[in-house]
Structure formats: C-alpha cells, structure tokens
Design a protein around this ligand. Structure first.
Ligand SMILES: O=C([C@H](O)CO)[C@H](O)[C@H](O)COP(=O)(O)O
Length: 210
C-alpha cells in the first residue's frame, strides 16, 4: 500500500516547502486541480524538477480530449494523470493510449459516478492503471466519505490498482487500511496539521505495515 500527498491549496513555493518537509514519508505527490488552475502545468514541471525521486500526479480531472491533455501533462513531467470516470469511454481510451506511448499511468477518479460497481468494471476493462473512489470537497461538506465505495470497487476490479481520496485523516486511516486499497490519498489530513512531517511519517508507517 502506498501514500500520496495531495497539494490543493498552495502556490508553487508553498508546494515545494510542504514536499521538502514530508518527501521521505510519501510515495507520490499530487499537484491538485486548484493548483493546476492557479499555476498551470508549470507546477507539475517545477515539482518534478525539484523532487525527481518522487512520482508526480497531475490531478487534471480530464473530461474530454484525453489523449491531448495526457500528452501535455506528460510533457510537463507528470508520471500519473487523472481522468474522470464519468467521461465517455473514448476519452478514457484516448488517455490510456497516450499514456502507454509516453510510459505514464492513468488514474480514473470516480467522483460523482452513480453506479460505482458497474462503471468500475467497465473502466477496469479499458486498461487504466488506477481506479480511485473520491469524496470531493463538496461531498465532504455534506458528511460523505468513500469507504463503502472502496469496498464496492474492490469486489469487481481485477486489473487496475485501487485508490481512495477525500477527507482521510490520521484517525480514519485505520478504517481505510482495513479495506486494503493499493493507494491512499491524503490532502488536508497532512497539509492542515501543524506537524506535517510527523503526521506523514505516522501515516506512512500505518500504510507500509498494511
Ligand atoms: O481531488 C481533490 C479535491 O477534488 C480538490 O481538488 C483532493 O486532492 C482530494 O480530495 C484529497 O484532498 P483531501 O480531501 O483534503 O484529503
């Protein structure tokens, strides 16, 4: 099981500062959608250049033009790029095809997918690398989490790795770990803590021993 740090509410210098603090305790660093909106793919490029040993995920949440957008994120240095599960199959296929050419990976974000099990089965057959259940900020505000969705995709996904994101904190991590995802994604659960390094270290310890 691996740990991904999601950076959403920072600028590029702020992102570098946080990553420098926790780098030894994370496997993947995510350049979150708000950061890409504010800073562009330059954020991906600068973080990859500053931390070449870390895999960098560009959370583009692609909804159309999968091949083209994966190409641009790959050029910026992203190792993993996100596409939305609610996209058309042709968009996901285009993203996967381009990722194969560029030796990159595709994560499908299942945010707002209604039939989680059925769609996860279809998406798994498209050859994506990760399928991620996700309670976004707006869902979190309504008290939602994705623990049950994780168990649902674990029942049907045969090929892709499984991931979970959305509001995970140190005190809820053990429950997440019980469902055995391949990847746990944590944003505010680390970045919102006073001692980010200690929190990331403890999360990594729990994730590693799972
Ligand atoms: O993808 C995310 C969200 O949609 C904002 O872009 C977050 O990176 C994801 O939810 C993880 O962050 P936390 O919920 O703060 O753990």
């Amino acid at each position: 099981m691996e740990l991904q740090l999601a950076l959403d509410l920072v600028d590029i210098p702020g992102a570098k500062e946080v990553v420098a603090e926790v780098a030894e305790h994370i496997d993947i660093v995510e350049i979150g959608t708000p950061v890409v909106i504010n800073e562009g793919l330059r954020a991906v490029k600068e973080i990859k250049e500053a931390f070449p040993a870390l895999r960098v995920l560009a959370d583009l949440k692609i909804m159309d033009a999968g091949g083209y957008e994966v190409m641009k994120a790959s050029e910026a240095g992203a190792d993993i790029i996100t596409v939305l599960g609610v996209s058309d199959d042709s968009t996901i296929r285009g993203a996967v095809e381009e990722a194969r050419k560029q030796n990159k990976k595709i994560m499908v974000d299942m945010i707002n997918v209604k039939d989680i099990e059925g769609r996860a089965k279809e998406i798994d057959a498209l050859g994506v690398d990760y399928i991620c259940v996700h309670s976004g900020y707006d869902h979190q505000a309504a008290g939602k989490n994705s623990f049950e969705e994780l168990m649902a995709i674990k029942r049907v996904v045969k090929q892709a790795k499984t991931a979970i994101a959305g509001g995970i904190k140190l005190n809820t991590l053990p429950e997440v770990i019980k469902a055995n995802p391949d990847l746990v994604i944590v944003g505010g659960g680390i970045t919102g803590q006073e001692d980010k390094k200690a929190t990331a270290a403890e999360m990594k310890r729990l994730v590693r021993q799972a």
